[in-house]
Design a protein around this ligand. Structure first.
Ligand code: TYM
Length: 323
């Protein structure tokens, strides 16, 4: 059955393979299955960390080109910039008047980001409320995301239920769509791959640059001749993302037999990665040379997204007494 899908990515730096395997690959699959997809660039969200206007514009453009190069098709999906639908901020305020402080205080991503050194602004605290508005404004059924967003989807479901109890059954309560095997893609140091940990492999770099990053993947000091435990190896975690079953079985065998150095496995990761990304990188370069196309796509996507979301917003305004 055709479903309505919604998801977004923050333009707060270069997209990396954690974003791809954890989320964007699912965006593409759901698009190709003929669902009604809404994919957006979360520029209001990125303002919690990006304060420089020129940088925000640059990141928005990079993320737009990345989405398009990877295969988000504006003929099939509504692809837009969050700030082209300003009603999300209106809806988030309405939610903000329903949501208890305690619910936001329990959100771990706020605490994590403050611990990493981000300013504890009100926007950062209020972030899940805005995310709930992004989601609920499209009346979507499914939200494809990585594991780190699970709690935000739970908060969104709580808000939708609170709203519906208070004002009538207007909002659709969505489900998170998280794939077990890619829910958390590890970074070069084995922690979750994240822009804020500087442990990423960006999607759109040269083959040489990504090979260099792969060589930095942290491994233990087991000597070449000894058997190695694939389950504990950050390089093997990458092989799992990139190899088919038969190839993976061969690597598993090489690890456990001994006589294999981590350098050999890293080389394979670099080659596989570059094979996967080469066509996307080519498409990205074409988009760099066609900024007017990217502008047109975003303008049209914004128009379609406003048209869709206005219908729900009119219901919300009327149910809450704003009309
Ligand atoms: P963001 O921009 O941090 O990440 C975009 C998507 O990539 C996933 N992801 C990962 N998945 C697996 N392993 C990783 N190492 C990894 N790193 C990132 C994220 O889970 C996410 O799905 N708050 C969101 C943006 C947002 C949003 C929304 C998402 C705003 N409004 C509404 C869905 C619906 C965020 O910061 O994602």
């Amino acid at each position: 059955m055709t479903k309505t899908i919604l998801s977004g990515v923050q333009p707060s730096g270069k997209l990396h393979i954690g974003n791809y395997f954890g989320a964007i690959r699912q965006f593409l699959a759901l698009q190709e299955q003929g669902n009604h997809c809404y994919y957006f660039i979360a520029d209001y969200h990125a303002m919690t960390s990006v304060k420089e206007p020129a940088l925000l514009r640059e990141y928005v453009r990079e993320v737009a080109m990345s989405y398009l190069a990877l295969g988000i098709d504006p003929e099939k999906s509504v692809f837009y910039r969050q700030s082209d639908v300003p009603a999300v901020t209106e809806l988030s305020w309405i939610f903000s008047c329903l949501i208890p402080m305690g619910l936001l205080e329990r959100c771990t991503s706020y605490k994590d980001k403050v611990a990493q050194g981000l300013t504890a602004s009100h926007g950062l605290f209020y972030y899940p409320c805005l995310q709930a508005a992004d989601i609920l404004i499209t009346s979507c059924d499914l939200v494809p995301v990585g594991q780190d967003q699970k709690q935000h989807i739970e908060v969104t479901r709580d808000i939708a239920e609170k709203f519906n109890n208070q004002y009538g059954e207007i909002l659709t309560v969505p489900d998170a769509y998280i794939l077990d095997n890619t829910a958390v893609v590890p970074g070069l140091d084995g922690r979750k791959m994240s822009k804020s940990y500087d442990n990423t492999i960006p999607l759109f770099e040269t083959a040489k640059q990504s090979s260099k990053r792969v060589m930095r993947i942290v491994t233990d000091s087991t000597p070449v001749e000894d058997p190695k435990d694939p389950a504990k190896c950050n390089v093997f975690a990458m092989l799992k993302l990139l190899c088919n079953e038969a190839e993976l079985a061969q690597w598993q065998e090489k690890y456990t037999r001994g006589g294999m150095g981590y350098g050999e496995a890293k080389k394979a990761v670099a080659e596989k990665l570059n094979e996967l990304l080469a066509p996307y990188r080519e498409k990205y370069e074409q988009l760099v040379n066609d900024p007017a196309y990217v502008d047109d796509v975003l303008a049209e996507g914004g128009r379609k997204a406003r048209e869709k979301t206005n219908v729900l917003m009119e219901k919300v305004r009327s149910a809450t007494g704003l009309r």
